[in-house]
Design a protein. Structure first.
Length: 256
């Protein structure tokens, strides 16, 4: 029995040693993988920087403009999209209040980015309302009706003009404040859930919003920005002992 106990203790000790070695090996492999990924990213950054410097040096030797040579790699569509992105970024960087129309438009653009309307579904609804062929808007972008029942030829202007049916269809699809039709459009469940999440997000944001400043508890506001507040605080440490009585006299109206 004693020999069996000793053999069991040796097996347990070997198991503990094996478990510790496995855990240590796992930690080492994980650390090595992290270092490898970090080194790979660093080498990739250094490689891109070296390629950029080499391209600039070669362009300067040939007497070429680096930015002009780089711009040849972009297509017209990519360049237009980039310019639109920069213009959009510049518009959104303007946080000043101009008027109510400007503020409403900024709010509308933010809501539009969050809701992300489904243009494919919109085009299908437009095709159905205007009597267009399936896929006419998505393929060619044309809004010409496929059926001859919605258009007629006007000899006076020598062109096809919309009929009364198409005009009514357009009025029904593009509704405004004067439209009497309502409650005949049922949105999808995904659109309803997205709108609910948007409303809940606005409610939470409004509940967390507060105009209280962090330094309002200090007393009177004698600064116009954070930098001015720090400057006033430094000045007060040296001159408050001389100016406190003068300031109090001015506030009481008893100063000479």
């Amino acid at each position: 029995m004693q020999a069996r106990k000793e053999k069991l203790e040796k097996l347990r000790a070997r198991m503990r040693k094996s478990t510790t070695a496995n855990r240590q090996s796992l930690v080492e492999e994980s650390t090595k993988a992290k270092l490898t990924a970090r080194d790979t990213a660093r080498l990739e950054r250094q490689k891109k920087l070296a390629e950029m410097l080499r391209t600039q040096a070669e362009a300067e030797e040939r007497g070429e403009d680096v930015e002009r040579a780089k711009n040849w790699e972009w297509t017209i569509e990519e360049n237009e999209n980039w310019e639109k992105k920069l213009a959009r970024k510049a518009r959104r960087a303007d946080y000043e209040f101009h008027d109510d129309a400007h503020a409403a438009r900024r709010r509308y653009k933010k809501d539009l980015d969050f809701l992300k309307p489904n243009l494919e579904v919109y085009n299908k609804q437009k095709e159905h309302a205007l009597g267009l062929a399936a896929g006419a808007l998505s393929k060619s972008g044309s809004s010409t009706p496929s059926g001859s029942a919605l258009t007629t030829f006007d000899a006076s202007c020598n062109q096809m003009v919309p009929t009364t049916e198409q005009s009514m269809a357009v009025d029904a699809f593009y509704r405004d404040a004067n439209t009497l039709l309502y409650a005949d459009n049922k949105p999808s469940d995904e659109a309803i859930d997205l709108l609910i999440s948007k409303i809940n997000r606005d409610v939470d944001k409004k509940a967390k919003f507060s105009r209280k400043r962090h330094n309002e508890d200090e007393g009177d506001i004698t600064y116009i920005n954070e930098r001015n507040r720090v400057f006033n605080k430094k000045i007060a440490r040296y001159y408050d002992k001389y100016t406190t009585e003068i300031r109090a006299s001015f506030e009481r109206g008893t100063a000479l």
